[in-house]
Design a protein around this ligand. Structure first.
Ligand code: ADP
Ligand code: MG
Length: 264
């Protein structure tokens, strides 16, 4: 479970470019729940994800993963709890290393012991099997450098790496935005599959209202560093892209009342 309570973060405080980005953001996500996140540019979506991963330290509020307060835990100490896939296909993997080496890094994360040769052989078989499930032929390219892969292939491997970690939380920050529509559709389908198979608690930021309603089971909208819309179940099932768009438009250029759009 992820529990964010009253998170605040101001960039460059006390300067002319002071920017209060998180303004009392609270959100609780049950284990295994898949939440899509929308909101205009600058709403604080990436900053929220950065706070969860530990790349940004909140000024105030608390953040707990499975009951453990991680608010002030550095990102490397959360590596076993949080996995991430970024918008930029280059960001999540190391292009100078081979596919196998990238997967091995993800596999070792959160584990303490080094690996003997026998384990390494078993590990290679596991990687081959996992890669085969992507149906991209990558199982025959373990020794290829990551830098040789296309953007879609890299995002697919990034998702696989996320599922190799013993993570509690999967963070996807517009991870299909840089891909062509066909590849994006493939990566989204893969996302659904990996999230379901590994029962990952997932936050997926997307620019697409369609994607926001079609994936996962709950949608939240951020505006000015707070949750202004939170829908699931029947309410969400009945919701059309047009409804979401009009709410989205409403939040533009105005301050939203705390509870104005909270439909539960
Ligand atoms: N590390 C940082 N230092 C200073 N400003 C930042 C930093 N990260 C984000 N910001 C600013 O915070 C605001 C919100 O950014 P962000 O969380 O990326 O919004 P979103 O992902 O919803 O578009 C933006 O104005 C951005 O420029
Ligand atoms: Mg962002």
């Amino acid at each position: 479970m992820l529990a964010a309570h009253n998170l605040t973060k101001t960039f460059n405080p006390g300067t002319p470019i002071e920017n209060p980005v998180l303004r009392g953001l609270s959100l609780t996500i049950e284990s295994g729940q898949f939440v899509t996140v929308i909101g205009s540019n600058g709403a604080g979506k990436s900053t929220f994800l950065n706070a969860i991963s530990g790349d940004v330290t909140p000024d105030g509020g608390t953040l707990a993963i499975d009951g453990q307060d991680v608010s002030r835990l550095p990102s490397w100490q959360r590596a076993g709890l949080v996995a991430r896939v970024f918008q930029d296909p280059m960001a999540g993997t190391c292009e100078a290393l081979t596919i196998e080496e990238n997967l091995a890094l993800a596999w070792q994360r959160g584990q303490r012991r080094g690996l003997g040769p026998a384990v390494k052989k078993a590990q290679r078989e596991l990687f081959r099997d996992k890669l085969a499930t992507l149906r991209l032929g990558l199982e025959n390219r373990l020794a290829d450098r990551m830098g040789l892969l296309s953007g879609g292939q890299r995002q697919a491997v990034s998702l696989l790496m996320a599922s190799l970690q013993p993570s509690r939380i999967l963070l996807l920050d517009e991870h299909t935005a840089a891909l062509d529509p066909k590849t994006a559709a493939f990566v989204l389908e893969l996302t659904d599959r990996i999230v379901q198979e590994n029962r990952l608690t997932t936050l997926m930021v997307t620019h697409s209202m369609r994607q926001a309603l079609d994936h996962g089971g709950r949608t939240v909208m951020l505006h000015q560093g707070r949750v202004v819309l939170d829908v699931d179940g029947e309410t969400r099932a009945r919701m059309q892209v047009a409804d979401l768009l009009s709410m989205f438009e409403k939040t533009r250029g105005e301050t939203v009342d705390d509870d104005a759009l909270l439909l539960g």
